[in-house]
Design a protein around this ligand. Sequence first.
Ligand SMILES: O=P(O)(O)OC[C@H]1O[C@H](O[C@H]2O[C@H](CO)[C@@H](O)[C@H](O)[C@H]2O)[C@H](O)[C@@H](O)[C@@H]1O
Length: 357
Amino acid sequence: MENFETVKQEMGLQKPPSSNKQKTQPITNPNKNDENDGSVDCFVASNLNITPPSSIMINPISSTDSLTYNSWLLEHPSALGSFDRMMKLAKGKRIVVFLDYDGTLSPIVDDPDRAFMSDEMRTAVREVAKYFPTAIISGRSRDKVKEFVQLSNIYYAGSHGMDIMAPAKPLKSSDNNNSMDKKGTDVLFQPAQRFLPAMQEILALLQERTKIIQGSNVEDNRFCVSVHYRKVREEDYGTLEEIVKSVILNYPDFHLTSGKKVLEIRPSIEWNKGNALNYLLDNLGFTNSSEVLPLYIGDDRTDEDAFKAIRNRGQGFPIIVSSIPKETKALNSLHDPSEVLTFLLRLARWRKASSAK
Ligand SMILES: O=P(O)(O)OC[C@H]1O[C@H](O[C@H]2O[C@H](CO)[C@@H](O)[C@H](O)[C@H]2O)[C@H](O)[C@@H](O)[C@@H]1O
């Protein structure tokens, strides 16, 4: 397989002249640009003084006009427009599909418990999984994302990859966090297991102490906790931040990150969606394989770790879902979940047609 630079060239990726490049502009009004949430990430990072993991480099760009978006598209061409070129590169290779959940397979909605996936999307993912090994890597708890997706022919990794259910297979690692699950079939990998008791304490404290903030919502994601502020009044953001920070102050093994109108408390371990992607590839027997092309579709900060992992491997398709320009490690883009649906259906159709030949 060509190296990644060759792939980029093959994909027709041309950098626009540097003068076209948008400067990252912090947006301080969190209600502006609400659909895309870039503004909110910025609000969190600046006003709430939360440092995102250094490996994550998404910054919102103020202008959302079509000119700006179109110039960003030159750097991150639509995966739909580039589909034929991508599949040409995939000839004779094994594509493994990785998908994020919120904002990728389901639209962003106010109530996290109602982020349902459409039946059309479910059918598309099922189709894709018929032809390619497919995994969903989500910030949600593994059980929750499974409950939303309701498919049995895919692999699930919850808690930003800290809770993996992988196919049973001899593992090369001697890590004693690996164990067989109750059914004695699939392999459970939970690198943050030792943090679980403290995580549960933090969850209980946050649930109790954020009660005074109207609209806040604490979500148990098992190995991490989300504090949502999508429905919180802007004037209460500061107080919410103080509450969250005061809780984790007593837990030095945990840190705070941010996503789309959400604060996340996570164990401080070197494990993210990128590690999960590599772990799953390894488990599927693709360690250092030049035959495998991982394809990852995601929309949020934590997905950048997976994009980076693909770039480090030197081959594959990192695809960001975004309707605004963003700094990203992804090569290609899709505008929104409806384009994700079209892409997945096309991918399954392409594979079906090529196997019929
Ligand atoms: O890795 P993901 O599967 O993308 O999960 C990231 C977070 O997604 C969810 O929150 C986001 O979507 C909600 C529903 O649309 C929305 O209300 C919220 O504002 C978004 O931040 C999920 O609830 C979080 O726990 C995940 O960490």
